[in-house]
Ligand binder design. Structure first.
Ligand code: ITT
Length: 199
């Protein structure tokens, strides 16, 4: 029997992780099941470090193997920003709309040829004994100069996927999960879980 706690406070991520792991895990807990867990300071220097901090803290506090996702948007022409600061690009507590507005401002002068970007996702699986494994995935795209679509979350309305001719916010959620950075990282996790039961 595989039981996992998904240690994310981001509802958009939680929904996608639940969809992607459905059928592979017997029971998926979320942070709402454990309202008193300690806050985690995301001060790591890499996506992997932050993912491990979040998953390890949850696994140690609950005794349940825990999964955390640390992800973000990397815009090459902005020197890799917003990167690991994607959630708080325009300040602590920033909304997705605030972050998208700041990104549009920062990219305003960039010509089409310099609007390449990718999403990166590090997923950590940590156990109460302190053991951790990480899995990663990326998705390449191009940043638009105006939002398109109402699906997804975060930077999805600005992230155009040339192969599909749509932004992530215009794609069906099942298609996004099949091609996304998160989908790819969780596919690696699924392969790992199918070879090893963890609860
Ligand atoms: P948790 O730490 O609680 O999981 P968070 O939103 O703070 O939630 P991160 O620190 O990993 O998580 O920041 C991820 C940010 O990157 C997220 O808030 C979005 O702005 C962006 N992001 C990640 N994946 C995305 C996706 O699939 N689509 C759009 N934006 C995404």
């Amino acid at each position: 029997m595989i039981e996992l706690l998904v240690a994310t406070a981001n509802k958009g991520k939680m929904k996608e992780i639940g969809q992607i792991l459905a059928g592979y895990v017997d029971r998926l807990y979320c942070l709402a099941d454990f309202p008193d867990l300690p806050e985690v300071v995301e001060d790591g220097l890499t996506f992997e470090e932050n993912a491990c901090k979040k998953a390890l803290s949850a696994a140690r506090a609950t005794g349940i193997p825990s999964v955390a996702d640390d992800s973000g948007l990397v815009v090459e022409a902005l020197g890799g920003h917003p990167g690991i600061r994607s959630a708080r690009y325009s300040g602590i507590g920033a909304s997705d709309a605030d972050n998208n507005r700041k990104l549009l401002r920062e990219m305003a002068d960039l010509p089409a040829a310099q609007r390449a970007a990718y999403f990166y996702c590090a997923v950590a699986l940590c156990f109460p004994d302190g053991t951790c494994r990480t899995f990663c995935g990326t998705l390449q795209g191009v940043m638009l100069d105006a939002p398109r679509g109402a699906g997804g979350f975060g930077y999805d309305p600005l992230f155009f996927v040339p192969e599909h001719g749509k932004t992530l916010a215009e794609l069906d959620s099942g298609v996004k999960n099949d091609i996304s950075h998160r989908g790819k990282a969780l596919e690696e996790l699924r392969k790992y879980l199918s070879g090893q039961e963890c609860a």
